[in-house]
Design a protein around this ligand. Structure first.
Ligand code: XMP
Ligand code: MG
Length: 192
């Protein structure tokens, strides 16, 4: 049998697996147990999971199914001004939440924290809506994230400062469906 890492339409584009599919799934179970512990005093009020589109959609789907705590799922889409590879911290809301979060416990479900600029903007924006609490769970974090300190309740993996794809993350909208996180071969960028 072939592993998810060596199979599939994009296998030939991958230089290296950074986090395997199995390691991601194991980590999500760990993260879910930690989040359940954080909110165990509030089991009668559903947690509001807020995913940031598009990258967080895969993590959200797996995390929401693993979490043994009542939860509602919401998504926001934001775009950060600046080049496609560096964010400026100036953020525009493309799709807002569908409901009021006043008095609610909000958990932002993030795919990756890079500079932290997008997330710090988002946390300020959400806090201004008077929720009971706002916390963050992020699957991946890069070393640059320390430059804009954002308080993150739980992080799955600290990864090297390289551009990664898979598990929701794209290059030119491709690779989001890969079950693992990996680095592309340099020639893939040249061909885009
Ligand atoms: P900041 O720098 O504001 O940006 O923390 C976080 C957002 O930038 C995107 N991002 C990536 N997307 N591979 C990707 O496909 C990466 O290695 C990567 N690093 C950052 C992502 O949208 C994230 O939410
Ligand atoms: Mg992207």
């Amino acid at each position: 049998m072939t592993s998810p890492e060596s199979d599939g339409p994009y296998a030939a584009d991958i230089e290296r697996v950074v986090v395997s599919a199995a390691d991601i799934q194991e980590k999500i179970a760990e993260l879910a147990r930690k989040v359940e512990a954080d909110y165990q005093a509030d089991t009668d009020s559903p947690l509001l999971l807020v995913g940031v589109l598009k990258g967080a959609f895969v993590f959200m789907a797996d995390f929401a199914r693993e979490l043994r705590h009542p939860a509602e799922v919401e998504f926001m889409a934001v775009s950060s001004y600046g080049s496609s590879t560096t964010s400026s911290g100036v953020v525009r809301i493309l799709k807002d939440l569908d409901r009021d979060i006043a008095g609610r416990h909000v958990l932002v479900v993030e795919d990756i924290i890079d500079s932290g600029l997008t997330l710090s903007w988002l946390l300020r924006n959400l806090a201004s809506r008077n929720p009971a609490s706002v916390r963050v769970v992020a699957l991946l974090r890069k070393p640059d994230a320390v430059k804009v300190p954002v308080e993150v309740a739980h992080v799955g993996f600290d990864i090297p400062n390289e551009f990664v794809v898979g598990y929701g993350l794209d290059y030119d909208e491709r690779y989001r469906g890969l079950p693992f996180v990996g680095v592309l071969k340099p020639e893939v960028y040249g061909a885009a």
